[in-house]
Design a protein around this ligand. Sequence first.
Ligand code: GLN
Length: 446
Amino acid sequence: RAYLDRIEAVEPKVKALMTVTGEQALTQAKAADEAIAAGQAGMLTGVPVILKDVICTKGIRTTCSSKMLENFIPPYDAGVVERLKARGAVVIGKANMDEFAMGSSTENSAYFTTHNPWDLSRVPGGSSGGSAAAVAAGEAPAALGSDTGGSIRQPASFCSVTGLKPTYGLVSRYGLIAFASSLDQIGPLTKDVADSAVMLNAIAGHDSRDSTSVAQPEEDYFGCLGKSVKGLKLGVPKEYFAQGVTAEVSDAVKAALKVYEELGCNIEECSLPTTAYALAVYYIIAPSEASANLARYDGVKYGFSFKDTQSMWEAMEKTRGIGFGPEVKRRIMLGTYALSAGYYDAWYVKAQRVRTVIRREFDEAFEKYDALITPTAPTVPFKIGEKSADPFSMYLSDICTIPINIAGLPALALQGGFAQGLPIGHQIIGKPFSEKTILNLGHAYQ
Ligand code: GLN
């Protein structure tokens, strides 16, 4: 009830949510009260959570912030939702996002733009901007987002919350509406690292319905917190301080490095020379996969359907022409081009090769270091409208987060300072399945 009241109070300004579940949440909360009274409470019993609207919820509208799915009510829960519900969590709302998770500001939502709670004239980041803004504004203690190229971490940085992108394969993608399947991963946005670990405990684990889900033994990420980080070796790749990273951001990251030093970590500059190609690789691979994934929206199976015609082709053209927004169309065109006969080898195959090189470079760095530290976003949150006319400058705001998805690694985005009253953050990148190490490091920092 308290969180629903808070939502009512701040939503008119922040506009983080597509749907508020209201009565449904109160019914779940009542069941949680009963479980607590009966002594059957777990860590998440009665805890309100907000889900990015790309995660399917049985009986609750799931739009992907697209006109294409305006009235889509999934007949099933995503794997992560089943897991949260089984632990007593209460789904209190669905968060606004960039349409089909394509964007870095939530301005690509087909419905409305979310505002950054720290400065309402600025963007909250994206594409999980609604989830990040909701947590920052106190609308729920935790939210889930999805991260294909930075969509959990960049908004976490912009809204000064903690965001975790787990190792590819650790969290089930079953019921996550697909953008780029080899990059997408669900993760938590929370106020701090301890809450992030509690959420990861709930959502991580094998799911046979996702063919890329890894059969790892289940771990206690919360229980591992509090260990000494003394003697850990941290690498700081110098390439992450170029490419448009502002002086205030690099100063804040350097101040954070001092904290890790005081905690007893050994810090060393290192180099990941292929970083410069990561953005180009991403904007071939992600749109290619998106163009294939989004072929399913043909107006026949589900979602928006243009019916006022006798011709099948016109029906499909109008369905997709009206149902998709401009950024989604841009990605479909980029991807279709990169995959087309004659260009496939020149673009897609080459991008996959560079992807392997990027991954190898990280592997080599992790032979030497326990984790890497970089900025999360190159700038503080920008003004609403500032970049919307220039897709390339928007794409650049993920320059520090994209390489991590390309390599499938886990990364934790932490709050780490303010400049002109606006949040700045840094990220801790780990080797595959080293969530315990990066969470413990982040916890020590906080
Ligand atoms: N901003 C990036 C994009 O538009 C990343 C999005 C994401 O991680 N979902 O592709």
